[in-house]
Design a binder for this molecule. Structure first.
Ligand code: ADP
Ligand code: MG
Length: 348
């Protein structure tokens, strides 16, 4: 019986699934969230509701736990840094600061000689005018974006004039890649430079939101190997502890690019709950709590469909599922358009 208590910042579905994985390992969880309806409160042992810069509550959390992690990246660096003075925060706050900033993140990846899309830093509308070369492209806020939020496609130079965007924020302009496919690689790095790597997952997005993931990905052997190598290189360079996801683009000439890194468990890895002996969530808990590392074994091919907005409704009234199907309802109070409400995994 372990007597570890783990603090988790963030209370969405990733926090729920981390809490459930921790419970299996006899680890207590305290979820800290600024959303009083945070769904993870249904899965954790204790719930703290406060803003991420509430010093008193932050200290209360630190006092109650042995180690702290997070389930989304947009947490103020100061908060993680303060917490880290009191209890170990994993992944390290400096890693999160790097990755939560799209420009710093892309500079870091390029320094490792890993290909990304072409990008430039944009501070003002007039910075865009000489950049026809980067069009068609996407303007993205450097911080706080997710599920396509804070992104503005620009087709041609004439569209720049009419852009209605607040340049108080910083942006990057990214050249659009002619996508053949998107894949992701999830890796868990343990404290001693050891890894567990999941096989590449093939992902389909709708309106910039993940809709569908499957293994095996239909990709060449070369891309299979290179994507795993790059994911390991990135986690090693960061001296990362925990589960991390690298999102990749594959273009029509079969070139591989890193799109972005998520310093956390990832939506595309939900199928690992049913398709592997150890899920991405359990591996994250094992790594940040310094538990035993168990070699990964794939049990089955699988596909996962996100249930977004109203798509959850038919699954809430006694749905008929086959033996190889697993439904996860995130128990979110309000159904909203574009909101991830649950997912369905089918083993193949
Ligand atoms: P988020 O942080 O919202 O996940 P991403 O940068 O991953 O932002 O973009 C979301 C999705 O939008 C990607 O998975 C991809 O489908 C599409 N996309 C983003 N940037 C590009 C690009 N440069 N070229 C082609 N597609 C892109
Ligand atoms: Mg993304």
């Amino acid at each position: 019986m372990s007597n570890i208590t783990l603090g988790i910042l963030g209370g969405g579905q990733l926090g729920s699934m981390l809490s459930a994985a921790a419970k299996k390992l006899n680890i207590k969880t305290i979820i800290y969230s600024d959303d009083k309806d945070a769904p993870a409160q249904n899965f954790c042992d204790e719930f703290l509701f406060a803003s991420y810069d509430d010093k008193e509550k932050i200290y209360e959390l630190a006092k109650k736990v042995d180690v702290i992690t997070y389930e989304f990246e947009n947490i103020p660096f100061e908060t993680l840094n303060e917490l880290n003075k009191l209890k170990t925060v994993l992944p390290k706050p400096s890693v999160n600061r790097l990755i939560q900033h799209r420009l710093a993140e892309k500079d870091f990846i390029n320094k490792l000689n890993i290909r990304t899309t072409r990008y430039v830093h944009i501070e003002d509308k007039k910075d865009l005018l000489p950049l026809e070369d980067f069009l068609p492209g996407i303007l993205k806020t450097t911080t706080m974006g997710y599920d396509g939020k804070g992104q503005y496609p620009i087709k041609n130079i004439d569209e720049i004039e009419n852009l209605n965007i607040d340049f108080k924020n910083e942006y990057i302009l990214e050249k659009l890649v002619k996508l053949k496919k998107e894949i992701s690689v999830i890796v868990t790095r343990f404290n001693n430079s050891k890894y567990e790597v999941y096989e590449p997952i093939e992902n389909t997005h709708e309106n910039q939101i993940l809709k569908h993931s499957k293994i095996p990905a239909e990709i060449s052997d070369k891309i299979f190997k290179q994507s795993k190598e790059w994911a390991i290189m990135i986690s090693e360079e960061l001296k990362y502890v925990g589960t991390l996801c690298v999102e990749f683009f594959i273009d029509r000439n079969d070139n591989l690019y890193v799109n972005e890194i998520a310093p956390r468990v990832h939506n595309s890895g939900h199928l690992t709950l049913n398709a592997y002996n150890i899920s991405q969530f359990e591996n994250h808990i094992r790594a940040v709590c310094s538990l035993e590392q168990i070699p990964l074994k794939k049990l089955s091919n699988a596909e996962m469909i996100n249930l977004i907005g109203n798509q959850i409704v038919p699954y809430r009234n006694n749905p008929k599922l086959d033996d190889n199907q697993f439904l996860f309802d995130y128990l979110k109070k309000n159904i909203k358009e574009k909101r991830k409400m649950g997912h369905l995994t089918t083993l193949k």
